[in-house]
Design a protein around this ligand. Structure first.
Ligand SMILES: [Fe+2]
Ligand SMILES: [Fe+2]
Length: 203
């Protein structure tokens, strides 16, 4: 029990902390636009732009999945099984990235764009088939480097305005850098063995 009025007032001040009223305000605002799902009024980003950028990332991932899958089957056909396996591992990881990104687009109230029409236009990375094993590896490295650059831009764009999208793209970026490193390592190997990997050309 407070010993005097002075002490009573101090206790009241302590209980009326601004953070408590903030929580009530947050709860009120959360109820206001329930249909917006995970996007609350504390979201500082531009949702439309975020969805557009993430759809470009989604297209990039789909194109990368398709390219690595083709490379997997082509490399296996010319008896480079270990490299074919690595292509498939990347294809599976690119698909996982696409799913993470599609999920985030939904959270933001958007629709993930899986339309094959215009896929290459939306994608930042290209779909290059490659005429030899070395060509395929080079094309994959180029595509990874494009993805790395555009994801770095997206990370800067999301910044503190959309930390969830930023962290998602950071997680994807980390794997793209590993992919690029894997491809660079393979290329070095073929540099040391000239002719190897370029001999068998594909249609
Ligand atoms: Fe990816
Ligand atoms: Fe990748």
């Amino acid at each position: 029990m407070p010993a005097n009025r002075e002490e009573e007032r101090t206790m009241k001040d302590r209980t009326a902390t601004p953070f408590l009223s903030d929580i009530q305000e947050i709860r009120r605002r959360a109820r206001e636009h329930v249909e917006k799902g995970a996007v609350t009024s504390a979201y500082k980003g531009d949702v439309e732009t975020a969805i557009k950028l993430l759809n470009e990332a989604l297209a990039t991932e789909i194109v990368c999945t398709l390219r690595y899958r083709r490379h997997h089957y082509m490399a296996a056909g010319i008896h480079y099984q270990a490299i074919a396996d690595e292509f498939m591992q990347h294809a599976v990881e690119e698909q996982q990235h696409a799913d993470w990104i599609a999920e985030r687009i939904r959270q933001l109230g958007g629709a993930p764009d899986f339309n094959p029409e215009g896929l290459l236009t939306r994608s930042h990375a290209q779909y290059a088939e490659g005429n030899s094993l070395v060509d395929m590896i080079k094309e994959d490295l180029i595509a990874e480097r494009i993805a790395i650059e555009s994801y770095l831009d997206m990370i800067r764009y999301f910044g503190d305005n959309d930390p969830t999208s930023r962290r998602l793209v950071e997680k994807v970026l980390e794997q793209e850098e590993e992919h690029a490193d894997d491809m660079a390592t393979l290329l070095e190997r073929f540099d040391k063995e000239p002719g190897e990997g370029t001999k068998q050309r594909m249609r």
